[in-house]
Design a protein around this ligand. Structure first.
Ligand code: HEM
Length: 427
């Protein structure tokens, strides 16, 4: 086996398969040997160049002239003809979605998007987020047992995302039904059947969101991301057409939902697996932002992110050809011993957890990071207040959907003695 540049592929590089157990169990940790011996390598399994060290990844994020974001949303396993047929039937035709756009038009649009992502706007949502979180906790607090994924983290973030987007209250229930399940579709190896099912949901949501954009256009004065973009498009004609708005309704939901669901699951797993840390957090909620940040480093919900080399270049001394697809294992950067001392330790007292790459870096760095952090903080605050005595159900096998990039437990079973619930009337 040789790389596209004609060099021999090492045994380690040939064996790398992100869909297998080692990467799925611990993406960051599984790349420790590569970080040391062969930090940049070509993977024949994926036909991607894999980058594992913190500094190299940061350079790629910074060099927007060489590395294009255009492949960011491409499917790792391309759609079958039948899946494409389903999407066409629904008129599915998304345009650029900010995250996969390059150059000056990306910069101009990013600025135009910014208002609803600002700290004050996001903070104003906190009481509503807290109420939603508590409603879900009400549903299980007296039961003594819950699956935090199914009962809370897969439920609340989608509603919060829809509110953030400015979807009218009366349409939220309908939107919630389009489970888009992007993880395996975009970043995994879906079976043709799985592809067809997701494509049908995507297509139906696409049609539905066209109607929503039309509706919001009639009264674009309210709060939220889409009404804001509609106002911007009126101020600056041509900046966002119907297609861009519909694309935001789609891509925004993917950006805001599964990422935060998974991040919250990863955080609670890490906290409950470290009972002394959980006890500290319950006793002193001021520690919660630090705990959330360390969980984003220790087990981030985005484990890898992609770029396309638009010209020949070198990364960490390795020659990368023009048109090479590059996969940055950001979870490996987050476990790089050169930046994080004892990276395998979940340590909320760490001085620098916020240097993690889970939100990307530079021109495209996640715009929703403030919202995501706030959601995680509220989840942890409310669980620590109402269920400080919960623990992981022992013996459970925690599983992940096999894919390169979106990482979170499928289930997280917890239990407690409801007679010991500390909050009167459970609130
Ligand atoms: C971009 C991660 C939550 C909106 C990104 C990127 C990553 C990411 C890795 C690409 C960065 C790059 O290419 O440098 C995450 C994680 C989240 C999260 C881990 C949860 C823990 C959210 C939320 C929203 C959001 C709640 C809100 C709507 C966006 C947008 C972009 C983006 C609009 C595109 C920015 C651009 O390309 O200029 N996110 N995200 N994200 N995210 Fe998030």
């Amino acid at each position: 086996l040789t790389t596209p540049t004609g060099c021999p592929v090492s045994t380690m590089a040939a064996a790398f398969d992100p869909f297998e157990a080692a990467y799925q169990a611990h993406p960051g940790k599984s790349m420790a040997a590569a970080r040391k011996a062969e930090p940049v390598f070509y993977s024949p399994v994926l036909d991607y160049w894999i980058v594992t060290r913190y500094d190299d990844i940061k350079e790629i994020f910074k060099d927007t002239d060489t590395f294009s974001a255009s492949i960011t949303l491409d499917q790792i396993t391309p759609s079958t003809e039948e899946t494409i047929g389903i999407l066409i039937q629904h008129g599915f035709n998304p345009g650029l979605a900010l995250v996969n756009e390059d150059g000056p038009s990306h910069r101009e649009r990013r600025i135009a998007h910014q208002e609803p992502f600002k700290g004050k706007e996001v903070e104003a949502l906190a009481p509503r987020i807290r109420a939603i979180v508590n409603e879900y906790i009400d549903g299980f607090v007296k039961k003594g047992r819950a699956d935090l994924m199914a009962d809370l983290f897969q439920e609340a973030p989608i509603t919060i995302a829809l509110i953030f987007m400015g979807i009218p209250d009366e349409d939220i229930a309908a939107c919630r039904q389009f489970t888009l399940d992007q993880t395996v579709f975009m970043y995994g190896r879906p079976s043709p059947e799985e592809q067809k099912q997701v494509a049908s949901n995507l297509g139906r949501y696409w049609e539905f969101s066209g109607g929503l954009v039309e509706k919001i256009r009639q009264t674009p004065h309210g709060p939220g991301w889409l009404p804001h973009l509609i106002r911007e498009s009126e101020r600056k004609p041509g900046l966002f057409g119907d297609n861009e708005l519909q694309t935001t309704a789609l891509a925004g939901l993917v950006a805001a939902h599964e990422t935060t669901t998974n991040a919250s699951g990863n955080a609670l797993r890490a906290l409950l697996e470290n009972p002394l840390t959980w006890e500290r957090v319950c006793a002193d909620p001021e520690l919660i932002p630090k705990a959330a940040e360390e969980s984003l480093r220790y087990d981030g919900s985005v484990a890898a992110w992609r770029r396309l080399a638009v010209k020949e270049t070198t990364v960490g001394g390795v020659k990368i050809p023009k048109d090479a697809r590059v996969m940055m294992i950001t979870s490996s950067a987050n476990h790089d011993e050169a930046v994080f001392e004892e990276p395998e330790r979940f340590d909320i007292d760490r001085p620098n957890p916020n240097r993690h790459m889970t939100f990307g870096f530079g021109a495209h760095a996640c715009m929703g990071a403030t919202l995501a952090r706030q959601e995680m903080r509220i989840f942890i605050e409310e669980l620590a207040r109402r269920l400080p005595h919960m623990r992981l159900v022992s013996g459970q096998q925690i599983t992940y959907l096999p894919n390169t990039s979106f990482r979170g437990p499928q289930h997280l079973l917890v239990e407690w003695d409801p007679r010991l619930n500390p909050v009167p009337a459970d609130r």
